[in-house]
Design a protein. Structure first.
Length: 406
């Protein structure tokens, strides 16, 4: 197996910049032909947009803008290069937001990441990302096809069956959220079944150093990527494990949160991405995630820009057990029960697992009375604590993340 997915990963930075300049101009011109961009790119000369610095003068497209555009012109807000029937899949993410999906040519660019994980022909990938409505399962399956691996489309849950299948077919690689692999390994120990997993490609949540080390002690190399449903793969780790290397199919900027203004080199800011995917040309799409650019090139020999990976959210939205929890969901929870004055979601860790605690200010009442609403509105189960009115901090937070990312 070659160390690199293709020659693009090791090209001269100057050559990369020249190629991206041409691709960027073409993508701007393509976007200008789509009704969803309306007046936002009017008057922009595509030939004038030749670099990341030139992008800074264009407006930022935010999730709220995308949602509004999709409501006005469902399902894709006029931002796609073709009709719904031109895509292989249509997905739904919380919002709801609808994303298109293609079936061919590593559409989400996940093959590059899986290759960096050492996954290729001869591997059997147990894909534990969800296949229900959201695209993560198909994203990783598409990438596995690109590297010639076989896929077990496992999805989430039914852990005993997953362990049995992994044992019986000889799964060699895991794809899924960082902590679910531990659930599978612990269940395998409980069932007395030996597994052959030596590689793990994870995303959808933070990979904590202690958990990565636990996997390493078991002979499993675990690497993570940074990807979204809208953009596909944005950046990924290599075996060097020194930052995340930006994918060759996107352009990444780090800006001051809430603006489109670039931060000073190395400063933490919001990740804004322009994708070169001609089917879905998102221009300066704000992810809401925080990160920072790292100096220099990766020791693995890949020459593209590196970022430090996920460093939190520009707003209070956070990811728990691989699912986003947003402030508007907490507000919806409060609105469901007239006796609730305020609520606060706290993300923490127990062992190597994410834990969600929902603190509810109310005059009495049993936690069980709110369990169904929490599960329905937040899409996750968690601990529920009913606390006295006025006891939650008056700091404006409705979501608090207590997890350490060091």
């Amino acid at each position: 197996m070659s160390q690199y997915f293709d020659d693009l990963e090791t090209r001269d930075p100057g050559d990369r910049a020249s190629v991206l300049a041409r691709a960027l101009g073409a993508q701007i011109e393509r976007a200008q032909g789509l009704p969803g961009y309306g007046d936002t790119l009017a008057g922009v000369a595509p030939g004038d947009i030749k670099s990341v610095a030139d992008l800074a003068g264009l407006p930022v497209l935010r999730k709220a803008d995308l949602g509004a555009a999709q409501k006005a012109a469902p399902p894709f807000g006029g931002l796609t290069a073709g009709p719904v029937s031109g895509f292989a899949h249509v997905f739904q993410s919380p919002g709801p937001i609808y994303e298109p999906g293609g079936a061919g040519a590593d559409w989400w660019r996940m093959g590059r990441f899986l290759h960096a994980c050492g996954i290729g022909a001869g591997d059997i990938v147990q894909n534990c990302f969800g296949y229900h409505l959201t695209p993560a399962g198909m994203m990783f399956e598409n990438g596995a096809r690109a590297v010639g691996a076989t896929v077990l489309p496992a999805g989430t849950g039914q852990t005993e069956l997953q362990v049995q299948a992994a044992h019986d077919i000889g799964t060699t690689a895991y794809a899924g959220t960082p902590d679910y692999l531990k659930v599978i390994l612990d269940k395998a120990d409980e069932m007395g079944l030996a597994l052959r997993i030596t590689k793990a490609a994870v995303g959808g949540g933070a990979l904590f150093p202690s958990l990565r080390q636990e996997y390493a002690d078991l002979g499993i190399q675990c690497l993570q990527c940074y990807a979204t449903a809208d953009l596909g793969n944005i950046a990924y780790e290599s075996a060097a494990q020194e930052g995340m290397i930006v994918d060759e199919g996107v352009i990444v900027e780090i800006v001051t949160p809430g603006t489109g203004d670039p931060v000073t080199p190395g400063a933490v800011g919001e990740v804004v991405v322009t994708t070169l995917n001609p089917d879905y040309p998102l221009i300066r799409f704000a992810t809401g995630d925080l990160s920072a650019v790292m100096e220099g090139e990766s020791p693995c020999g890949r020459t593209n820009m590196r970022i430090k990976g996920w460093m939190g959210r520009a707003d209070q939205t956070t990811k728990i057990k691989g699912m986003f929890v947003r402030p508007e969901q907490v507000a919806a929870l409060v609105a469901k029960h007239s006796e609730i004055a305020r609520a606060r979601v706290v993300a923490s860790r127990e062992g190597e697992m994410d834990v969600m605690t929902v603190q509810i200010e109310a005059e009495g009442g049993a936690p069980e009375a709110y369990a169904a609403t929490v599960s329905d509105v937040l899409k996750l189960k968690g601990k529920i604590e009913v606390v006295a009115k006025g006891s939650l901090p008056n700091d404006g937070k409705v979501i608090e993340d207590l997890r350490s990312y060091e």
